[in-house]
Design a protein. Structure first.
Length: 513
């Protein structure tokens, strides 16, 4: 879809309700009244007291009615979690979120204790759109009694484990979230979605699909996946089996670097016998974390990107890869220094090979291990490596979740980059306009490289909720970029003050020259 974003802001403005707005929504929402009504607390005492779980059944104990929702979220990773947290300040809207796991865990199989969050902690579940929301990261620090020590510890960037605990803290207090509720299939009957779980059926007018991405496995490795050919998402559970083995890590992004570094840093008795690190890129490339590139992760750029022609978006995505898929500078420096120590100081050095510029072309069993066929990207020479275990740090891609199979023929064809989403993250589908299906983490091709990133989680969630309630309940508009992007702003709009643009055009007499 190539829809033009409204200049100066993507959030809907007050006016007639768009299709899909549940009954009972009538016009702009009084935010003060809502704020006071959450948990029956005022803004002041909400700040002073620890958030408490709310009563789960909001319909006087009638379980059937309590299962009919305006918005039902499937999956409770960070993205739907953000929607669930922000929805607590829109109490007129009946939302509910289902998660298959017994509790909230953020990438549990690949969360290294030593790895850091790759975004600012301000990019938490709520703060970029509603910093007063009780589910902010700072509120988590206060309520878990660590804010003073956090403030005195050089914690930038924040370790990933800390954000995992923050997510679990938030999820554990949501009255609109249920765990151990794996969704098996979704049907659309007359005017609502019927969402099936082992425990029962939930009905909703709109869906928010946040079931995450699936491992991207190179074609030549697909038939070999098992205990000795595994995706990076299964690494932690498998690492003890790699002690004393020859291990290849395929992939030169952050995950590949974290796994290589983790294996390198293990105590000598628990290391592999050797590690071979392979990437198709011509070097182990650094993430472009520079100031203006970071504006690709601002709402303005997302709006600009969305209105471009599909071919152009495709081209930009491939050129912007290192803005999201490169390796952090700190990790690269750590690895480089560690290899120096390994080679010149370590009494018990590990054997390693670094193979940039090599594409994995084929794989075949060799004894109890694997022969990896490599093609050098510059010279065209063929090479190989024989290893016991292969870790595929080859990223993630979109696939339509199995539970949506009953609706597949009413949806556009998915690609590994997602679905052709509308500006408000809903998908055009062969069903009533008043019933929308929002997709989170399925818009790389429609909304750009920010889509799988945590940066805009709260902005996207707010944009979706605004679209559902039909008002600018959350402030999602206003200029957010230093750069000018065609179709969005005029040259005179430089910054937003209270939702209005400040015109800082320099008066003629003040101009230089
Ligand atoms: C190791 C790792 C580290 C990352 N670190 C960063 C970072 O530092 N900064 C950054 O910007 N991005 C990071 N990312 C990228 C991105 O932020 C994360 O992948 C993020 O978790 C995506 O959130 P999500 O909600 O889309 O999916 P997920 O986190 O994958 O969550 C999806 C949820 O849906 C549930 N689910 C699936 N199917 C069903 C079903 N049928 N019924 C019910 N529930 C279901 C799953 O159990 C899961 O809990 C990282 C990614 C990885 C893999």
């Amino acid at each position: 879809m190539n829809e033009k974003a409204a200049p100066g802001g993507g959030g809907p403005t007050n006016g007639p309700l768009p299709p899909g707005i549940p009954d009972g929504f009538s016009g702009p929402i009084d935010r003060t009244a809502q704020f006071e009504s959450v948990n029956g607390q005022t803004g002041e005492n909400m700040r002073a007291e620890a958030p408490r779980p709310r009563k789960r059944d909001t319909d006087g104990g009638d379980p059937a009615r309590s299962r009919e929702f305006d918005l039902l979220g499937i999956g409770l990773g960070p993205f739907n979690l953000s929607t669930a947290c922000l929805a607590t300040s829109v109490p007129q809207m009946r939302t509910h979120f289902l998660e298959q796991r017994a509790d909230n865990r953020w990438h549990p199989r690949v969360l290294f204790p030593e790895s850091d969050l790759q975004v600012s902690f301000l990019k938490d579940l709520v703060s970029l759109v509603e910093p007063t929301n009780r589910f902010s990261f700072l509120n988590f620090l206060v309520h878990t009694g660590r804010i003073h020590r956090f403030a005195s510890t050089p914690q930038v960037p924040v370790p990933r484990w800390e954000f995992a605990r923050y997510y679990a803290w938030a999820a554990g207090q949501l009255a609109n979230a249920e765990f151990s509720r794996g969704v098996t299939h979704v049907q659309f009957l007359s005017d609502s979605f019927h969402v099936h779980t082992e425990q029962g059926v939930y009905t909703a007018r709109n869906l928010s699909v946040g079931a995450g991405l699936v491992p991207s496995i190179p074609a030549c490795a697909k038939s070999h996946v098992g205990p000795r050919v595994l995706h990076s998402s299964d690494f932690l559970a498998a690492r003890e089996r790699m002690v004393g083995q020859h291990v290849a890590v395929v992939g030169g992004g952050q995950s590949g670097a974290e796994i290589f570094s983790h294996l390198l840093d293990r105590p000598p008795a628990r290391r592999p016998a050797s590690i071979t690190w392979i990437t198709r890129r011509n070097t182990f490339a650094c993430m472009d974390d520079s100031a203006f590139t970071n504006e690709f992760f601002h709402p303005d750029y997302v709006r600009y990107f969305h209105q471009l022609a599909p071919e152009r978006r495709h081209d930009l995505l491939s050129r912007q890869q290192l803005a999201s898929d490169g390796i952090s500078t700190a990790l690269l420096q750590h690895i480089y220094r560690r290899l120096y120590e390994n080679d010149f100081a370590d009494p018990d050095p590990i054997r390693y090979r670094l193979l940039p510029g090599n594409a994995l072309r084929d794989m075949s069993p060799q004894g109890t291990g694997w022969h990896l066929g490599l093609l050098h990207q510059d010279s065209g020479t063929r090479g190989g490596s024989i290893v016991d275990t292969v870790v595929l740090a080859t990223g993630y891609e979109f696939a339509l979740p199995d539970f949506l199979a009953p609706l597949a023929d009413r949806l556009p064809d998915p690609s590994p980059l997602g679905l052709p989403l509308r500006d408000d993250y809903s998908v055009p589908w062969a069903g009533p306009d008043r019933n929308r299906i929002f997709f989170l983490n399925a818009g790389r091709h429609s909304h750009g490289i920010a889509d799988p990133n945590l940066s805009l989680a709260s902005w996207r969630a707010a944009h979706i909720l605004n679209s559902l309630v039909g008002t600018a309940h959350f402030r999602t508009g206003g200029r957010t970029s230093t750069c000018e992007w065609p179709g969005l702003h005029t040259a005179n709009e430089t910054t937003a003050v209270d939702g209005a643009y400040l015109d800082v055009t320099v008066p003629a007499e003040g101009r230089r020259g």
